[in-house]
Write a protein that binds this ligand. Structure first.
Ligand code: PLP
Length: 393
């Protein structure tokens, strides 16, 4: 059966499946570094690319290929390249698609290390970059230079949950011949389909929603066309940032429940956002599903749901942030997101504690800002946990 004709939740279970002679219902873990050829002639064909046989796991592996086919199908891309982490995905994209003298425009609120590696390291090889508030498309237009080659968007972006209009940005990218890359980690393939909105390359940190169980670090790059895939795959092989077969097996197991996990978590998140917005100790709440979110209308247009990440500002500032961290018991005090368990983080005292006050403000990271990644627990337990924690703030 061709999984291309299936609906999303059926694809999660069946896309990329392998048939073996035992009738294995799950894709086996092909935990092998190398593959024996049947003959010298067969080996020659594999190396010439005339046979689809496997050669060596860094180049490709049946368990990993199954995951790649599954995610490519979910996203509607030509094919995918699985990698060892979300950051391996970022670097594979930069190295495959940018060269010395090229310029890239990116979302100012992009994931910190995506910006850090570009400014600290790719700049050493002559790649230029500019970071703008991409929620206003005029800022993208203004930043375009004769050597601009790539537009790199993250939406929703972290921790402010800024939303960029992907279709609008894609128009600008097409007019100027830029390759449009979208970090789709926060939305996951369930809630947002960037290829349908004009993206050329879509990537995910599978550490988050796709695997969903906080037990794997992994990434994936999906190419819309064969031409892009043929640039990305050899780069992953050269960089050596391949995924491990066991890691791929765990992600294949996690992805089967992606649809119901995301649905449940965002149901919880909507209720928690409403609860927080009415709470007297809270200054504001940022959740794309709230009418108060500045890009609520764009979120409604380009996403099929609003996800399960919430940011909020405590009236009591820095000290209140720390007090809340020390007094919630169900939510784990940890970075990351997209798992079945709820996590809470205070950027000012944790992830961004070394950033100067001025730069924190530039990135809208205020002293009382809390990031809450909602899991799939019973929502009343989560609200009760916040209630007693907030009572101490
Ligand atoms: C976590 C994350 C990454 C990096 O992924 P790793 O798997 O941690 O390497 C990139 N982008 C976003 C939006 C993320 O949340």
């Amino acid at each position: 059966m061709d999984s291309k004709n299936l609906q999303f939740n059926s694809k999660l279970i069946h896309s990329g499946a392998i048939k073996d002679k035992f009738g294995s219902v799950n894709v086996p873990i092909y935990q092998t570094s190398t593959f024996a050829f049947e003959s010298a002639e067969e080996g020659e064909k594999c190396f010439l690319g005339e046979s689809s046989g496997y050669i060596y796991t860094r180049l490709g592996n049946p368990t990993i290929k199954s995951l790649e086919r599954c995610i490519a199908d979910l996203c509607g891309g030509f094919d995918a390249v699985a990698v060892s982490s979300g950051m391996a995905a970022v670097n594979t994209i930069y190295m495959a698609l940018l060269s010395k003298g090229d310029h890239m425009i990116s979302t100012a609120a992009v994931y910190g290390p995506s910006r850090g590696v570009m400014e600290d390291h790719w700049s050493r090889f002559g790649v230029e970059s500019t970071y703008v508030d991409t929620t206003n498309l005029e800022n993208i237009k203004k930043a375009i230079k004769p050597n601009t080659k790539m537009l790199f968007l993250e939406t929703p972006a972290n921790p402010t949950l800024d939303i960029t209009d992907i279709a609008g940005a894609s128009k600008i990218a097409k007019e100027h011949g830029l390759v449009l890359v979208v970090d789709n980690t926060f939305a996951s393939p369930v809630l947002q389909k960037p290829f349908e909105l004009g993206a050329d390359v879509v990537f995910h940190s599978m550490t988050k929603y796709i695997n969903g169980h906080a037990d794997v670090v992994a990434g994936i790059v999906v190419a819309k066309t064969e031409e892009l895939y043929k640039k990305l795959r050899p780069m992953m092989i050269s960089l050596g940032c391949n995924m491990d077969p066991h890691q791929a097996f765990l992600v294949l197991r996690g992805v089967k429940t992606l649809g119901i996990r995301v649905e449940r978590a965002q149901e919880n998140a909507a209720k928690i956002a409403d609860y927080l917005e009415k709470h007297p100790k809270i200054e504001w709440v940022r959740y794309p599903g709230l009418k108060s979110h500045p890009q609520h209308e764009i979120a409604k247009k380009q996403m099929s749901g609003f996800g399960s990440m919430i940011s909020f500002e405590l009236k009591g500032g820095f000290e209140s942030g720390k007090t809340l961290m020390n007094n919630v018991h169900l939510a784990a005090l940890a970075v990351s997101l997209g798992g079945v368990e709820t996590l809470i983080e205070h950027p000012a005292s944790m992830t961004h504690s070394k950033v100067s006050k001025e730069n924190k403000l530039k990135a809208n990271i205020t002293e009382g800002l809390v990031r809450y990644a909602v899991g799939i627990e019973d929502v009343n337990d989560l609200i009760a946990d916040l209630e007693q924690g907030l009572a101490k703030c």
